[in-house]
Design a protein around this ligand. Structure first.
Ligand SMILES: Cc1cc2nc3c(=O)[nH]c(=O)nc-3n(C[C@H](O)[C@H](O)[C@H](O)COP(=O)(O)OP(=O)(O)OC[C@H]3O[C@@H](n4cnc5c(N)ncnc54)[C@H](O)[C@@H]3O)c2cc1C
Length: 472
């Protein structure tokens, strides 16, 4: 029987128009069941695929591309809620007014990657996961899988951090003080706030305790906003309220702030945000000062700060997709996915709970940095593991470890001249997980400085390479 494209959509219970509106790729997504399924709910909806990946970000897109590279016959579907890709890496360069960088430098269309790499994509929000029947429920219908890869990234945990705040206050926080740590409109909103700032405004950036996405990002952002103010001749301050005293690439950032933004970028340790009045633009926080390392109690003082622009980064946690799946997670506030370990495969991207379910990107329970580069590295290894599993074989990631420069992460700190700092991580087997060890080299040894023009150029080259990895 010949079935037309129009019939396919009728069969799937969605109209071609609806698919186009939501950005569902009509060229790449075939809604018919790909393999026989006993589950009638699956057959009557959006079909079943060999590998279904939740999340079309750094981790998910890499797994999909690598699987198709290994064997073009693998049937791979990504489910992604956004209809276009927006990069978090390099977004601080946009805020910093770096030459030639704009919001469009961060935005890519998924069709390019789909056409080039041959996987399918469904534009839909994942709403539930039924592991027993191997079905993912989405805003567009149910999708079956043989193997599921969870790559949904992070979410914010305002609720746990501020238990007395109601939904309206949390919604307001998201709207008027965007965290801009996930892809999408928050970057556009923060860009508008920064570009509309006035002389004398104070920009406040908060840094949360616990695991959070891209630890150097808030400090790079502070440097870039100060660079923008310098370039535009705007007088003001960028105040970082850090919940702990930790600064990723600390010595390198501190050196830069002293040299380039003295008195403009101000870093405050051990500041716990207790409340925010978003109408009056006032932050209340408790700052604890410790006498020395032996002093565990310190002296805490309640303070207030009035802001012009607020980049409020709350506590992070695994995206709710992880909780939907019911796989085991770590007992900390972030809830990282517990990864499988065995004598044969000491480290893995398979979850500890379910051999059919894998995880990559920021949600993994490995001791590696939550970065786009680590997600790309992990995505490639995870794809090899899945390809072997689909062929009834086993792939041991430990065989490629230790791996030098598995994560190289740059932070742009100056716009004129363009200069950056970097951290370089080696990955290794560390008990039941993949561990990492980082070092921050001096970029300009002659001047004995962490930042250098060479690293500024490397930042642009890395971003170009990463986008090429995902889209070409
Ligand atoms: C300001 C900033 C600067 C950064 N700079 C760097 C850098 O220089 N170098 C670097 O290596 N890393 C950098 N990072 C970190 C990097 O962005 C992340 O580590 C990386 O994106 C993690 O990849 P991921 O696949 O886990 O998540 P993501 O890339 O966020 O992808 C997750 C995807 O899942 C989708 N999704 C979520 N929930 C659902 C759902 N329910 N249904 C359907 N789809 C869903 C999301 O829309 C998203 O597209 C930076 C981050 C920030 C915020």
């Amino acid at each position: 029987m010949n079935i037309s494209r129009r019939d396919l959509f009728k069969f799937a219970g969605i109209s071609a128009a609806a698919a186009a509106v939501t950005g569902c790729s009509t060229t790449a997504f075939d809604p018919l069941p790909k393999t026989g399924s006993k589950n009638s709910a699956v057959n009557s909806k959006l079909g079943k695929h060999q590998v279904v990946i939740i999340g079309g970000g750094f981790g998910g897109m890499t797994v999909a591309k690598e699987l198709k590279k290994i064997d073009n016959k693998f049937d791979v579907l990504i489910i992604e809620k956004n209809d276009s890709f927006m990069s978090c890496p390099f977004s601080n360069c946009n805020l910093g007014g770096i030459e030639g960088v704009s919001l469009s430098s961060l935005t890519y269309d998924y069709s390019q990657a789909i056409e080039k790499n041959g996987y399918s994509m469904l534009t839909a929000v994942v709403t539930d996961i039924d592991r027993e029947n191997k079905v993912i429920h989405t805003s567009m219908g149910a999708v079956g899988y043989d193997i599921l890869v969870m790559a949904p990234g992070i979410d914010y945990n305002y609720k746990k951090q501020f238990p007395t705040w109601d939904a309206a206050k949390i919604a307001k926080a998201r709207r008027v003080a965007p965290a801009a740590l996930v892809p999408g409109g928050e970057h556009v909103a923060l860009d508008r706030l920064v570009k509309n700032m006035e002389d004398g405004d104070t920009v406040v950036i908060t840094v949360p305790a616990g695991k959070y996405r891209c630890p150097p990002a808030p400090f790079e952002r502070a440097s870039m906003i100060a660079n923008y103010m310098k370039k535009e001749g705007i007088k003001g301050k960028v105040i970082i309220l850090n919940e702990t005293a930790e600064i990723a690439k600390g010595a390198a950032f501190k050196e830069t702030w002293k040299d380039l933004y003295n008195g403009v970028v101000v870093h405050e340790d051990n500041c716990k945000i207790t409340d925010v009045d978003f109408d009056k633009k006032v932050i209340t926080y408790a700052q604890t000062v410790f006498k020395d390392k032996e002093d565990t109690e310190g002296v805490t003082t309640t303070k207030t700060l009035t802001y012009g622009v607020f980049n409020f980064i709350p506590h992070n946690m695994s995206n709710p997709v992880i909780e939907m799946s019911g796989v085991a997670t770590t007992p900390d506030g972030f809830k990282k996915v517990k990864m499988a370990t065995s004598a044969e495969k000491p480290v893995s991207f398979q979850t500890a709970t379910d051999a059919s379910v894998y995880a990559v990107g920021d949600v993994v329970g490995h001791a590696i940095p939550p970065s786009g580069q680590a997600a790309i590295w992990s995505g490639k290894e995870c794809a090899k593991e899945i390809a072997h599993a689909l062929r009834g074989k086993s792939y041991n990631i430990a065989s490629v470890l230790p791996f030098k420069s598995a994560n190289v992460c740059y932070s742009m700190v100056n716009g004129n001249p363009e200069e950056a700092i970097m951290v370089n991580h080696e990955f290794m087997v560390s008990g039941p997980v993949i561990g990492s060890k980082g070092s921050v080299p001096k970029g300009d040894e002659a001047a004995n400085k962490f930042r250098s023009k060479g690293l500024g150029k490397a930042t642009r080259d890395w971003y170009r390479g990463a986008m090429s990895d995902l889209f070409n």
